[in-house]
Design a protein around this ligand. Structure first.
Ligand code: NBP
Length: 470
C-alpha cells in the first residue's frame, strides 16, 4: 500500500504534523536525514500507526502514491536546498513539493521556478502554531501553484485548526504569497509580544506587582476584546513556579530574546516596499537591544536615570494600561495588514486580507478575539488602508488614545522603555496629521542636494538657490 502523504524532516514540527495527518485517516511516509531520529519516531510515538519509515530518499519517494505529495519540514535556508537538490530529480511530472518551514519568500520564488522547470508543483506554505498546533491543528498559509493546493486542500482542511469562520487554512496566491503572509504574521507576533512584555515591565518595575498579581491582570484582559493566545500563555507563564526553587520561573529566565529571522525579514520587506511598520520594527530592535546584556549591565552602572517606581494609583494605572495595550495591539495588526496590502500591489500576489484574518483566527500564535471584527472591517472594505479608520477601531482610538498618551508619558518620565507602545502612538498621530514637517525635509534636501520640491500653492517642481537667498 502506498502512502497518501510524505514528510521529510522529523524534528518538532515534522513529527507532530505527521501524527496529525495520520490521525485524520491518511497513511504517511516519513524520512529524516539522520536515520536514528526516524527509528526513534517509528518505534516510539509513531508505533502501530499508518506511518511508513524510509531510510533513503529513493525508498521514501517510492512509498508515495502518485501524484506524490511531499511536505518538507526542515530548518529554513540551506537545509531546504540540500533536500530539494536530492529530491527534485527523483520526482515525476505533476508531483507536489510543499515547503512548510519558515523560508524567506525570495528563496521560495527561486525554488518554485526550479520546480516549475521540472514540471513539478510547488507550494511555499507557512505553518503556525508551534508544537501543539502542529499536532492538534495549525494555521496554514499556502501560496504557489493553485493546482498543487487543490491536491492537498482536503488534507490541509482536515488537519488545520477550526476557527469561528471555518478551517484555518487558505491559499493566498501565486509565488511566495503563503510564505509572505506567514512572515508578516510573525512580524505582528513580535509586536504583540513586545507590547505584552512592556506592560509586564510597567507593572513589575513601575508598580512593584508580583507575578501572580500580574497573571490576574492578563487573565482579565484575556477575557476582553483583545483576548487571545499570547495573553493566555502570558498568564500561565506568570503563574508557573520553578519546581526546583519554588520561585516564579519567569523571574529566573535570562532577559535576552532571540530574533531568528521572520520578524527581521518582515521589517526589511516593509522598508523595501515603503510601507509603515514601525511597531513591528521596534519589536525587532527591542530584541536586538535585549541581546546586548553585558553592555546593558555595564551601562546601568554609569548612565543615570529616574527611579522606575511610578507612584500612581495601581487600579487607575492598570485600567488605563489596558487602553494602551489594546491600541498597541491594534497597531500591530493594522501595520501588518497594511504591509500585506502594499505587498500585493508591489509583488502581484492578489492577497485577500479578510482571508488572512480568517486563517489567523485559530491555531496560530496571533489568534485573537480581535480578528473577528478585523475580518468584518476588511470584508466591508477590502482595500482598507488602515484598520484605525474602521469600526470598532476608530472608536477605540477615540476612547483610549488618552490612556496610551498617559501611560507612555509616565513610562518616559520614569525611564521604563516602551518602544512598541510609543511607536503605536506616534504611528497613529503621524497618520492622522494632515500636515507633517516633511516640508522642511524637502527644503533641506533641495538645499544640500538640489533634489527639488513641490509647493502647496502651485503645480510643478521647484528648486531654489538657498545660499543666494540666505
Ligand atoms: P528545525 O528547524 O530545528 O530543523 C531540524 C530538522 O532539519 C531536522 O529534521 C534536521 O535533520 C533537518 N535538517 C537540517 Br538542521 N539540516 C539538514 C540538511 N542539510 N538536510 C536535511 N535535513 C536537514 O525543526 P522544527 O523546529 O521542526 O522546524 C521546521 C521548520 O518549521 C523550520 O523552518 C521552522 O522555522 C518552522 N517552524 C517551526 C516552529 C516551531 O515551533 N518549532 C513553528 C513554526 C514553524 P537531522 O535530524 O538530520 O538533523
Amino acid at each position: 500500500m502506498k502512502a497518501d502523504f510524505g514528510v521529510i524532516g522529523l524534528a518538532v514540527m515534522g513529527q507532530n504534523l505527521v501524527l496529525n495527518v495520520e490521525d485524520k485517516g491518511y497513511t504517511v511516509a516519513v524520512f529524516n536525514r539522520t536515520a536514528e531520529r526516524t527509528k526513534e519516531f517509528v518505534e516510539g510515538r509513531a508505533k502501530d500507526k499508518r506511518i511508513i519509515p524510509a531510510y533513503t530518499l529513493e525508498e521514501f519517494v517510492d512509498a508515495l502514491a502518485r501524484p506524490r505529495k511531499v511536505l518538507i519540514m526542515v530548518k529554513a535556508g540551506a537545509p531546504v536546498d540540500a533536500v530539494l537538490e536530492k529530491l527534485f530529480p527523483l520526482l515525476e511530472r505533476g508531483d507536489l513539493v510543499i515547503d512548510g518551514g519558515n523560508s524567506h519568500y525570495a528563496d521560495t520564488e527561486r525554488r518554485l521556478k526550479e520546480a516549475e522547470e521540472r514540471g513539478l508543483l510547488y507550494l511555499g506554505t507557512g505553518i503556525s502554531g508551534g508544537e501543539y498546533g502542529a499536532l492538534h491543528g495549525p494555521s496554514i498559509m499556502a501560496g504557489g501553484h493553485r493546482e498543487g493546493y487543490e491536491l492537498v486542500q482536503e488534507i490541509f482542511e482536515r488537519i488545520a485548526a477550526v476557527g469561528p469562520e471555518g478551517p484555518c487554512c487558505g491559499y493566498f496566491g501565486q509565488g511566495s504569497a503563503g510564505h509572505y503572509v506567514k512572515m508578516v504574521h510573525n512580524g505582528i507576533e513580535y509586536a504583540i509580544m513586545e507590547t505584552i512584555a512592556e506592560a509586564y515591565d510597567l507593572m513589575k518595575r513601575g508598580l512593584g506587582m508580583s507575578p501572580d498579581e500580574m497573571a490576574g491582570v492578563f487573565s482579565d484582559w484575556n477575557g476582553r476584546e483583545l483576548g487571545g493566545y499570547l495573553f493566555e500563555i502570558t498568564e500561565r507563564i506568570l503563574r508557573y513556579r520553578d519546581p526546583e526553587t519554588g520561585e516564579p520561573l519567569v523571574e529566573l529566565i535570562l532577559d535576552t530574546a532571540k530574533q531568528k529571522g521572520t520578524g527581521k525579514w518582515s521589517t526589511q520587506s516593509a522598508l523595501d516596499i515603503g510601507t509603515p511598520a514601525p511597531t513591528i520594527a521596534m519589536a525587532v530592535f527591542a530584541r536586538i537591544i535585549s541581546a546586548l546584556k553585558d553592555e546593558r549591565v555595564a551601562a546601568s552602572e554609569v548612565l543615570s536615570g529616574p527611579e522606575p517606581t511610578l507612584g500612581v494609583d495601581r487600579g487607575e494605572f492598570i485600567r488605563r494600561l489596558f487602553g494602551a495595550v489594546y491600541l498597541s495591539v491594534i497597531a500591530a495588526y493594522a501595520q501588518g495588514l497594511r504591509q500585506l496590502r502594499d505587498a500585493t500591489a508591489e509583488r502581484g500576489y492578489g492577497l485577500d486580507l479578510a482571508e488572512a484574518a480568517r486563517v489567523w483566527m485559530a491555531g496560530c500564535i496571533i489568534r485573537s478575539a480581535l480578528l473577528v471584527p478585523i475580518r468584518k472591517a476588511l470584508l466591508e472594505d477590502p482595500a482598507l488602508p488602515c484598520l484605525f479608520l474602521a469600526e470598532p477601531f476608530k472608536s477605540a482610538w477615540g476612547e483610549y488614545n488618552g490612556d496610551l498618551r498617559w501611560v507612555t508619558c509616565l513610562a518616559r518620565e520614569h525611564g521604563i522603555p516602551t518602544p512598541a507602545m510609543d511607536s503605536a502612538l506616534t504611528f497613529v498621530d503621524a497618520y492622522r496629521a494632515a500636515r507633517l514637517p516633511a516640508n522642511l525635509i524637502q527644503a533641506q534636501r533641495d538645499f544640500f542636494g538640489a533634489h527639488t520640491y513641490q509647493r502647496i500653492d502651485k503645480e510643478g517642481t521647484f528648486h531654489t538657490d538657498w545660499e543666494a537667498v540666505a
